[in-house]
Design a protein around this ligand. Structure first.
Ligand SMILES: Nc1nc2c(c(=O)[nH]1)N[C@H]1C(S)=C(S)[C@@H](COP(=O)(O)O)O[C@H]1N2
Ligand SMILES: [Mo]
Length: 321
């Protein structure tokens, strides 16, 4: 019974494990972000969405919803698009180039399970049924780095409405594509592919739960999880599943990808809380991706007003891991 798996890279506190923040700091000092990238030993700025080639290009930029702006500075695209978690393309942060192998057309999204309207839609049809808007959201990775990005997309609640779930549905389960020939990371058999995530129906109905189709006023670049990903800004980043092909309404709680790998470290709820450390590192602070600055982490990543009510009275649940 040779059942073992390699520890994920974030098994070590990331600021100890990786040189990237040093790299970013040095780059910021030397040139300032966005300036003369080519002059530095930096990776090329791979994977800008080629707006003209994208069948949804005419939908961008979408109008900004001013209810979702924040005081923090936006993370420059040059930083957020060159430092990504997308294990399907490698277990490190420099996957932007490899992720260009992701084939995003044709792209179907299957909606099923306990619903009145099971359906399989082409992404290009789905997006045109949905109310697109831009929102500025914080993103806090469980590895204790953070960014602030302008996502474009539509509320998850609009997709729930389209599916018409039955009363017995208690959870929404999301699944990423499975294609090891295209995504070399999926050849690593010790990971439980495909990537799976889930939320409760109440979480799915929360106004903050957002299905993302674009960023920086353009269709999503591949490394961000094109053409369709989730953003749950009050939870650790691993809940925000990328490149979704399947949405299933279930009675049973889905077991997510990282929960299956290490349930004592990456739970179902994964709500951000600076006072509940990861078993192997503190969550009290976070490193701002593009500046290297360390700032305090805030409960529910600053979204307590919108989401704390979801968890009232749930004393027996591990809400913060
Ligand atoms: N399918 C899939 N979704 C994923 C991941 C992944 O490896 N595969 N990584 C997660 C993690 S840990 C984080 S922090 C965010 C990173 O999103 P970003 O690369 O756009 O910053 O995506 C999440 N969604
Ligand atoms: Mo993450």
């Amino acid at each position: 019974m040779a059942h073992f798996h390699r520890r994920p890279d974030w098994a070590i506190a990331e600021r100890e494990a990786t040189p990237e923040h040093v790299f970013f700091n040095r780059r910021a000092v030397l040139a300032g972000f966005g300036a003369s990238m080519a002059a530095l030993a930096a990776p090329p700025f791979a994977g800008r969405a080629l707006a003209a080639d994208d069948p949804t290009a005419d939908l961008y930029p979408a109008g900004r919803n001013e209810a979702y702006t924040i005081e923090r500075d936006l993370t420059p695209e040059e930083a957020s698009s060159q430092y990504n978690n997308f294990y399907e393309f490698g277990s490190h942060k420099q996957i932007a180039r490899a992720a260009q192998d992701l084939k995003i057309r044709p792209w179907d999204v299957e909606i099923g399970g306990l619903v009145d309207k099971p359906q399989k839609l082409a992404f290009d049809d789905l997006i045109r049924k949905m109310p697109l808007e831009e929102r500025l959201y914080r993103h806090r990775c469980v590895e204790a780095w953070s960014m602030t990005v302008p996502w474009t997309g539509f509320p998850l609640s609009a997709l729930v409405e389209l599916a018409a779930p039955q009363a017995s549905a208690k959870y929404v389960r999301f699944e990423t594509f499975l294609d090891p020939a295209m995504a070399s990371g999926q050849k690593q058999v010790w990971y439980p592919w495909p990537y799976v995530e889930g939320v409760t129906m109440a979480e799915a109905a929360n106004e903050l739960a957002f299905m993302v189709t674009g960023v920086y006023g353009k269709p999503l670049a591949k490394q961000f999880g094109a053409p369709l990903r989730l953003a749950l800004p009050w939870k650790y980043g691993f809940k925000s599943i990328k490149s979704i092909v399947k949405v299933t309404f279930t009675e049973e709680r889905p077991v997510s990808f990282w929960e299956r790998i290490a349930s004592n470290e990456y739970g179902f709820w994964a709500n951000v809380n600076p006072e509940v450390p990861h078993p192997r590192w503190s969550q009290a602070q976070e490193r701002v991706l593009h500046t290297g600055e360390t700032i305090p982490t805030v409960i529910y990543n600053g979204y307590g007003e919108q989401v704390a009510g979801l968890y009232e009275g749930m004393v027996d649940e591990a809400l913060f891991m």
